[in-house]
Design a protein around this ligand. Structure first.
Ligand code: PLP
Length: 440
């Protein structure tokens, strides 16, 4: 039902619409999605696909949730907009709810996208350091292969060269260290030693830069768009220790890992650490409307409660915390709670990981299979001894064949480093057991 005729739609698309991250090809055929329900999407020609990427890693509760649409519609009719220079009920209620979900004493600022949530975090971190008498602390340390967004600060924090080349100069003061990618550790080194080495590189960088010049460390719990790099407990504990010891704020980017994706409410809950700042977007509304958030520990918020004219956070955005988006996010969180979707993601993720290991363990092109909740990566190599990344054409051919069979998956990594060779899947947390069997 509701399926459109092709009649020139793709030609119109090519003529008028500029896509994200999509190289121009004269015969390009992007999916034009017209309907979606559960974990499935339908294109304009009536073809159905299992959405193994939850859109762009965000449709955590699946498509077609009437209660989310209703919550937004009710709020749009009652009071569609008011800025958060003042206040409104949906934002107050959602901020309180996010505090519960974070399981810590956090205060919440709203924005519209993950990039903006991270930009907000950087500004808060710098100003906080000034407020506590450390005005030189302006730098941030991030990891290669990490992704933090497309705006000039969030992109500066990103550790994937291809996304940055040609767009410089970006925001200054962002430094990178190696990711804890044990699959690509030096020969002869234990995974444990390598994980420690990676964490200690952050400490060394802080010392070399001058510890009084570093404001924060930003990291995803698990590097996602950079190819599903899952750190050991040891690494995360060590990063937390280093940040505390040197007075550097630990900013955890939960844009993908948050809201049940990891098998817990937030990715960092799997490691039992308390971040100083948490950034969120995507699964906050399951992608139904734009909304993002930056949560800070109460003591950071309180450092801004001085009385000088410029002591407050001098940061505003028109749409952040839109009432309908907040009401929808609340309904989204209630669905996740009612259906225990974080727990479901843990079970489905484990079953999928085990299934993939069973089916693909001996495949000559499969170097590594990694997972974190319902986030799975399969690293393709030319051969398993050299671990040389598989050629882009091979990786793409797997994606194309999946598409032809009715399944959307993706590839991630870092093109410049020649490592865009990790097949990724992150289906909705509400996927049925039949969906998961199909995906496998
Ligand atoms: N942080 C992470 C970990 C992301 O994956 C993304 C987007 O994919 C962002 C930040 C940026 O979010 P947005 O695209 O909403 O600006």
């Amino acid at each position: 039902s509701g399926v459109l005729k092709s009649d020139g739609l793709l030609e119109k698309d090519r003529r008028h619409l500029w896509h994200n991250m999509r190289p121009y090809r004269a015969n390009d055929r992007p999916l034009v999605i017209v309907e979606a329900m559960g974990s499935w999407v339908t294109d304009h020609e009536g073809n159905r696909y299992l959405d193994g990427m939850s859109g762009l890693w965000c449709v955590n509760v699946g498509y077609g949730r009437k209660e989310l649409a209703d919550a937004a519609a009710r709020q749009l009719q009652r009071m569609p907009y008011y800025p958060l220079t003042q206040s409104h009920l949906p934002a107050i209620e959602l901020a309180e709810k996010l505090g519960e979900w974070l399981e810590g004493d956090y205060v919440v600022f709203f924005a519209n996208s993950g990039s903006e949530a991270n930009e907000t975090a950087f500004k808060i971190a710098r100003q906080y350091q000034q407020h506590i008498g450390k005005p030189l602390r302006s730098k941030f340390i991030a990891r290669y292969r990490g992704y933090h967004g497309s705006s000039l600060g969030a992109l500066a924090a990103t550790g994937q060269a291809i996304r940055k080349q040609g767009y410089e100069p970006l925001a200054a003061g962002f430094l990178h260290v190696r990711p804890p990618d044990s699959y690509r550790r030096p020969e002869g080194m234990t995974a444990e030693a390598f994980q420690l080495l990676c964490a200690r590189e952050i400490e060394e960088r802080i010392i070399w830069e001058g510890e009084d010049t570093v404001a924060g460390v930003i990291m995803e719990p698990v590097i996602t768009g950079g190819g599903i790099i899952v750190p050991d407990q040891l690494y995360v504990d060590e990063v937390r220790r280093i940040c505390t010891e040197y007075g550097v704020l630990l900013i955890i980017d939960e844009v993908i890992c948050g809201f049940g994706r990891s098998g817990r409410k937030f990715g960092h809950h799997n490691y039992g650490i308390a971040p100083d700042i948490v950034t969120m977007a995507k699964g906050l509304t399951s992608g139904y409307l734009p909304l993002a958030s930056t949560a800070v520990k109460r003591e950071i918020y309180e450092a801004f409660q001085r009385t000088g004219e410029y002591d407050h956070l001098r940061h505003v955005n028109t749409f952040g915390g839109n009432p309908a988006a907040c009401a929808l996010a609340m309904a989204n969180l209630e669905v996740m709670e009612k259906e225990q979707l974080p727990q479901r993601a843990a079970r489905l993720g484990e079953e999928l990981l085990n299934g993939l290991k069973r089916e693909l363990a001996d495949h000559p092109y499969v170097g590594d299979i990694r997972g974190f909740g319902l986030l799975i990566g399969i690293e393709l190599v030319e051969d398993r001894d050299s671990r040389k990344p598989a050629a882009a054409a091979i990786v793409q051919s797997v994606i194309d064949r999946c598409r032809a069979a009715g399944l959307i998956i993706s590839k991630n990594g870092d093109t410049v480093a020649g490592m865009n060779n990790v097949l990724t899947t992150a289906p909705p947390l509400s996927s049925t057991d039949e969906d998961m069997a199909f995906l496998l």
